[in-house]
Design a protein around this ligand. Structure first.
Ligand SMILES: CC(=O)SCCNC(=O)CCNC(=O)[C@H](O)C(C)(C)COP(=O)(O)OP(=O)(O)OC[C@H]1O[C@@H](n2cnc3c(N)ncnc32)[C@H](O)[C@@H]1OP(=O)(O)O
Length: 206
């Protein structure tokens, strides 16, 4: 059987210092020690297509009908770029993906050719929510961004999730907390359907 590829070096997750995060964990857990022997936090792997990775993303937004070939091509593009850190939580008892979050590195000329982190596509399987796993996966990629040299990390979220992200250390910056979009859909260019700093509903593409 062909060995699976990881999207990035898994050892990057082992040295993350969870004591640096403002998020409170009770009981204390980390990416290296996630609290249960059957939980594992690791980079996305090629075999995760068959572990329900796309199904879990469909709890976040529309995924569409993505074939294995499409998945592997996108995986290869992300891996070659070195700027995508899709990180997952696995329930090893069932060999199933139960959580995911993505750190994307945005390379800039400003800030002395600095790198900004973008937090994207955070989701925990609905049967596993309320057990600190959302916090665990977000803190993991947030600490990873710092380790990779980002000067800040940003995200877009629905208004109702502001308390969740605040509890992890994210803040709305006065005068600088709006998301604006223009959408390219069905051959037209259109304005965003709602204002404010949120995704309008659960099925809205991000
Ligand atoms: C940048 C983005 O991608 S935004 C998109 C976020 N994803 C989604 O909306 C997809 C659907 N939702 C989910 O997958 C999950 O509800 C998540 C990821 C938001 C949270 O996952 P969970 O595993 O339930 O979160 P977790 O158990 O770690 O909760 C951490 C804290 O946030 C709070 N919290 C969790 N979900 C919510 C919520 N929807 N609204 C408000 N507070 C919340 C919890 O009460 C908890 O508080 P505590 O630390 O004081 O006890």
């Amino acid at each position: 059987m062909q060995e699976e590829l990881s999207l990035y070096d898994p050892s990057l997750l082992l040295g993350l210092d969870f004591f640096r995060s403002p998020a409170g964990f009770n009981p204390r857990i980390s990416a290296a020690v996630p609290g249960e022997t059957w939980l594992k936090v690791r980079p996305l792997q090629t075999g995760d297509y068959n572990r329900g990775f796309l199904q879990i993303l469909s709890q976040l937004t529309k995924v569409g009908d993505v074939s294995l070939t499409q998945f592997l091509n996108r995986f290869a593009q992300m891996r070659a770029s070195g700027d995508y850190y899709v990180t997952v939580i696995v329930d090893t008892r069932h060999d199933k993906i139960i959580g995911s979050a993505t750190l994307v590195l945005e390379r800039k000329f400003i800030h002395g050719c600095g790198t900004r982190g973008r937090l994207e596509d955070v989701v925990v399987d609905d049967t596993y929510r309320g057990k600190q796993l959302g916090k665990l996966i977000v803190v993991t990629v947030t600490l990873l961004a710092e380790q990779l040299g980002c000067y800040k990390m940003s995200l877009d979220c629905k208004d109702k999730l502001i308390p969740f992200y605040k509890s992890i250390g994210y803040a709305l910056e006065p005068g600088n907390a709006n998301t604006m979009n223009i959408r390219y859909e069905n051959g037209t260019i259109s304005a965003n359907r709602t204002g404010g700093n949120c995704k309008p509903d659960d099925t809205e593409p991000s």
